[in-house]
Design a protein around this ligand. Structure first.
Ligand SMILES: [Zn+2]
Length: 246
């Protein structure tokens, strides 16, 4: 392989790591936001449960107040009944008392039903609260982990950038400029493809035998005629084995 290309290949390795690190650094805050959004949804659900429970309690109180009102009316009617002069009057009072007693019984049934509902709702809210507490712990751990990873990535990025600067200084400027242009242009950031067994490892196209022969002897810098990447001749693994056997 052309010695300059070997250096650019090292630059490329660092550049690919830089891209990966920058991507991860940019992604982590989004991941945290997604985790927090999910937690918020569960918090809101629990709040709805609690609101429903408060509504249930309010309804019960209203029925209890109604019962008190009915009891007062009954007591008043009973006093008035003492002064009844005719049987008709007596029955009229009794009928009215009976109506309010019926209302009290209805309200009591309602209260009982509401209490049973409340018991279920309380159980559910308790479960939701416990699940939420557990979830909060997990989220905090995930956030701490994400922060740790971001800090480690930033530290590594600074190191890789410094190393990249050092390596790039040893590459002929024209070659580095061509490489930079290709690296920015290629979607995967790969500007230099390895040529193994007569095949470009980036686009998988067969390299013309003459071009492959030139690559093999390291004559100048060649580009793949299919994907336009620079080609770096890389001896196939079997060749190495064959050489060791000799
Ligand atoms: Zn190619």
């Amino acid at each position: 392989m052309h010695p300059d290309l070997e250096r650019v290949l090292e630059v490329q390795e660092l550049d690919l790591r830089i891209v990966a690190l920058r991507t991860e650094i940019a992604t982590l805050p989004k991941q945290i936001a997604a985790i927090e959004k999910l937690l918020d949804e569960h918090v809101r659900k629990l709040e709805l449960d609690k609101t429903a429970l408060a509504g249930n309690l309010k309804d019960r109180k209203k029925h209890e107040t109604d019962i008190q009102g009915h009891e007062q009316k009954i007591s008043k009617l009973k006093d008035q009944m003492m002064q009844a002069k005719t049987n008709e009057q007596l029955w009229a009072f009794q009928k009215e008392i009976g109506f309010f007693e019926g209302e009290i019984a209805k309200a009591e049934d309602r209260i009982l039903a509401l209490m049973m509902d409340a018991e279920q709702m309380e159980g559910k809210a308790k479960q939701s609260q416990a699940a939420l507490d557990e979830e909060r712990k997990t989220v905090e751990a995930q956030k701490a982990d994400a922060t740790r990873r971001t800090n480690a990535d930033k530290k590594e990025l600074a190191e890789v950038l410094a190393k990249r600067k050092e390596l790039a200084a040893a590459v002929p400027p024209a070659l580095l400029a061509s490489y930079d242009k290709l690296h920015a242009k290629m979607r995967d950031g790969v500007a230099i493809a390895r040529a193994v067994d007569g095949v470009c490892q980036s686009c998988q196209m067969t390299i013309r035998p003459q071009l492959y022969a030139e690559l093999r002897i390291g004559a100048g810098i060649q580009t793949c005629e299919s994907c336009r990447r620079m080609l770096a001749y890389t001896a196939p693994a079997v060749d190495v084995q064959a050489q060791m056997d000799v």
